[in-house]
Design a protein around this ligand. Structure first.
Ligand code: ADP
Ligand code: MG
Length: 244
């Protein structure tokens, strides 16, 4: 197994508040890591530190052998290799669905419009939205918007996808359609780091579960072991708060 992403002993502080404390993690190509843990434990901050949206105070994030956080000029380019999808989609409201996909590959990667449009149409087909390409985000349901956001991340050809509670803002009937897209990506061998509160989904999609609390990784393991018999009391308590 070859390693694509390596996080070495990172610390993140907001002034006095320590949000991540000595967190290390290694992600292999094709691996799906699911991070779970109570609200406020640092999951989102961790993902943001991976792609350089947050500065770290100590430690390193290494992608393909290259340090990408601490951020330096020479490494800004490689951050494109990490695609991120957020809870609130962050689509451009005044652009069509097709334009939402083609904008970044055109501006950032200088790819030709004919090429990116063709790829965008194919990706929209894959997430079941080919008939929405000329619509605007406000004309889409939450689930459709989130599937657009996933397609928009994929068109950049990321090596790793980071998904931060992408179903948390969705009505229950739309959760499934979005999670199905992620399950398909996992089957295709996509490397992903996923933060979610959907425990059944976590169990189904993860190669490895990471349980965080208070800014630290408390426990990690295979999903079948972790969900059946969590080793730490904190993880046990956390799981008991879900009725699944
Ligand atoms: P989670 O995603 O696990 O719910 P977060 O990573 O969002 O947790 O937050 C972890 C901690 O960091 C929380 O205590 C939160 O209040 C704090 N935090 C997050 N972002 C900032 C910020 N920009 N400034 C100050 N504190 C922050
Ligand atoms: Mg969060």
């Amino acid at each position: 197994m070859s390693e694509v992403l390596k996080i070495e002993n990172i610390y993140k502080r907001f002034d006095e508040l320590v949000v991540l404390e000595d967190v290390s993690l290694s992600v292999n190509v094709g691996e799906v890591i699911v991070i779970i843990g109570p609200s406020g434990c640092g999951k989102s901050t961790f993902l943001r530190c991976l792609n350089g949206l947050e500065e770290i105070q100590e430690g390193k994030v290494i992608l393909d052998g290259e340090v990408i956080n601490p951020v330096s000029k020479s490494t800004i380019k490689s951050r494109e290799k990490l695609g991120m999808v957020f809870q609130n989609y962050d689509l451009f409201p005044h652009k069509t669905i097709l334009q939402n996909l083609t904008l970044a590959p055109g501006v950032v990667q200088k790819r030709k419009r004919t090429e990116t449009e063709e790829e965008a149409v194919n990706l929209l087909k894959r997430v079941g939205l080919e008939n929405k390409k000329d619509n605007f985000p406000r004309q889409l349901s939450g689930g459709q918007k989130q599937r657009t956001a996933i397609a928009r991340a994929l068109i950049m050809h990321p090596e790793v996808l980071l998904l931060d509670e992408i179903t948390a803002a969705l009505d229950p009937e739309m959760v499934r359609e979005v999670l199905q897209v992620v399950l398909d990506l996992a089957k295709e061998g996509r490397t992903m780091v996923i933060v979610t509160h959907e425990m059944e989904f976590a169990k189904a999609v993860a190669d490895r579960i990471i349980f965080m609390d208070g800014g630290k990784i408390i426990e990690e393991g295979k999903p079948e072991d972790f969900f059946k018999a969590p080793k730490t009391e904190r993880a046990q308590k956390f799981l008991q708060s879900f009725s699944y």
